[in-house]
Design a protein around this ligand. Structure first.
Ligand code: AMP
Length: 506
């Protein structure tokens, strides 16, 4: 069996690896480490939990340790971008562990923390800077760091970064990062925009795949409960009660829904906590800490908040709400069966959700085994007013995802409009007026920039429409979708008038 020493890693690093408790390299580490040490670009297809961080982190640290010169003021030698604050902090923590005993300056910058402190730390430069794209651009605009000397760039969970609307930041970045560099791009899935991103950033990358794109880890047992008219909360309570020793992550679609569900579980006597966008960073950190320490056995989460969280020992993932983007399913269930452990992913599917399940199954290339209930027939789906099953490819082609999900009978407004309505309401009218603020805000949000861009009505490439399809953490149902449509019509009318007058629309 190949050991870490066989991969060309120095003794100094082997100590850090030992301290981390790793005995043998994971498949992605075995493949990627020699290639990264050799200086080549890597396009890595790997899910979360496969050991990606060490796969790029160990050779990166080794290269930096070999440098003799000290990092200069505000200089960034290598840059790692990840989609969420939690993931950034987690990566930085892991790298510091691997690099123990070295003098490397490893910094992390995320939104929601003091930008002034970050600027102060950056004054002395960073050998490795781990950042969320929004905060990185904020710091760059304030000239707090120098990016033109970045020699190694890592884009981690690239598909999630696109889903979160960071495409414009990345495009902008590709123009700023001018030095010859090595680029390592990791993604759990490989939709067309990722291939485009690879083209923009990489030179003849070596493609590494540890599990086929979109395939879920082998060690995860997947189940679906077809829930007809049963109460989903009761059903979840029963499932959780069956595994009282288990450690579970429950995914809900909306922030308010997640909080409500957590409260119901707490009232029922479960040790539950929650992470979602309505919580402050401190509250989110506390929830994760409680979950990690075992004080809470159940974490109710929305996708954005839970992205990239690495908590070993999660035995069950529950899709209380099925995700509207099939790739998100892969990410969600990757919270369990981490680092070689086994886990179960349990999804609830009502007739009204059937089209979502069909998309997931299409992506996985398999039918998820039934734990209980009966798969809804076309008749059931019709009766419950669900949208007919769409093909995954249609649904992903920009406007195709905007298909309105019809609310279940008698539950008008539950889904609050389809994806594009929800996406646009956040990025368009819902955030109107953000353009002027965006560069001043502490936590620069690309969604706002995108909203401003949409307001101006620029041309959109096929890839850019991904923004409209991207996952955006949603608030509770609203009628914003309709408002957005109205606002879009009004903007179009304004543009027409402006064009006639040969002036820019305001
Ligand atoms: P990652 O995919 O980098 O987030 O890693 C997922 C989990 O696997 C983390 O808890 C790592 O500490 C752990 N891990 C990474 N590499 C190894 C390894 N070679 N042996 C055992 N655990 C590992």
């Amino acid at each position: 069996m190949t050991g870490f020493a066989d991969l060309g890693l120095d003794l100094a690093l082997l100590k850090g690896i030992e301290a981390a408790g790793y005995h043998n390299p994971s498949p992605i580490q075995e493949k990627a480490i020699p290639i990264v040490l050799g200086g080549k670009d890597v396009l890595g297809l790997a899910q979360t939990g496969t050991g990606k961080t060490a796969a790029f982190g160990l050779p990166l640290i080794q290269k930096l340790m070999a440098l003799e010169s000290e990092v200069q003021a505000r200089q960034v030698r290598s840059l790692i971008l990840a989609p969420t604050r939690e993931l950034v902090l987690q990566i930085a923590e892991a790298l510091k562990g691997y690099a123990q005993g070295s003098n490397l300056r490893i910094l992390s910058v995320v939104g929601g923390a003091s930008i002034n402190m970050q600027m102060k730390f950056l004054l002395k430069g960073a050998d490795i800077l781990v950042a969320t794209p929004g905060r990185l651009m904020d710091l760059h605009e304030r000239e707090a760091l120098l990016l033109d000397g970045v020699n190694v760039l890592v884009l981690d969970e690239a598909d999630q970064m696109l889903d979160l609307g960071f495409i414009h930041v990345l495009r902008h970045l590709s123009k700023i990062l001018t030095a010859p560099r090595q680029t390592l791009l990791f993604s759990a899935t490989m939709p067309a925009p990722i291939a485009k991103l690879s083209k923009d950033f990489q030179t003849q990358p070596v493609r590494i795949e540890v599990a086929p794109a979109g395939k879920t880890a082998d060690k995860i047992t997947q189940w679906v409960h077809y829930i007809g008219t049963q109460n989903r909360v009761d059903f979840l309570r029963n499932c959780l009660a069956e595994h009282m020793d288990g450690v579970s992550v429950v995914f809900a679609r909306t922030k308010r829904g997640a909080e409500k569900l957590k409260n119901v579980l707490v009232d029922a006597g479960f040790a539950a906590t929650s992470v979602h966008g309505n919580k402050s960073q401190a509250q989110r950190d506390k929830a994760i800490a409680d979950f990690k320490s075992g004080a809470a056995k159940i974490l109710v989460a929305t996708d954005v908040a839970a992205r990239g969280i690495d908590i070993s020992g999660v035995s069950h993932v529950y899709n209380y709400d099925l995700p509207e983007v099939p790739e998100i399913y892969v990410h969600r269930i990757g919270r369990t069966a981490r680092a070689g452990a086994e886990g179960e992913a349990v999804s609830f599917c009502r007739p009204v959700d059937m089209h979502l399940l069909a998309e997931i199954e299409k992506l996985l290339g398999m039918t998820i085994p039934v734990a209980s209930g009966e798969r809804p027939t076309a008749e059931d789906i019709k009766k419950y007013g669900a949208k007919p099953v769409r093909s995954a490819s249609n649904s992903r082609s920009g406007s195709g995802r905007g298909g309105q999900r019809q609310p279940a009978s008698g539950k008008a407004g539950r889904s609050g409009g389809g994806r594009s309505a929800a996406g646009t309401s956040r990025t368009g009218a819902g955030r109107a007026g953000a353009s002027q603020r965006s560069s001043k805000k502490e936590d620069w949000n690309p969604l706002e920039a995108e909203g401003a861009r949409k307001k101006r009505g620029p041309k959109k490439s096929a890839n850019e429409t991904e923004q409209g399809t991207g996952f955006v953490e949603r608030s509770a149902p609203s009628n914003k979708g309709r408002q957005v449509k109205k606002s879009a019509k009004r903007s179009a009318a304004r543009r027409k008038v402006a064009a006639k007058r040969k002036m820019r629309p305001t």
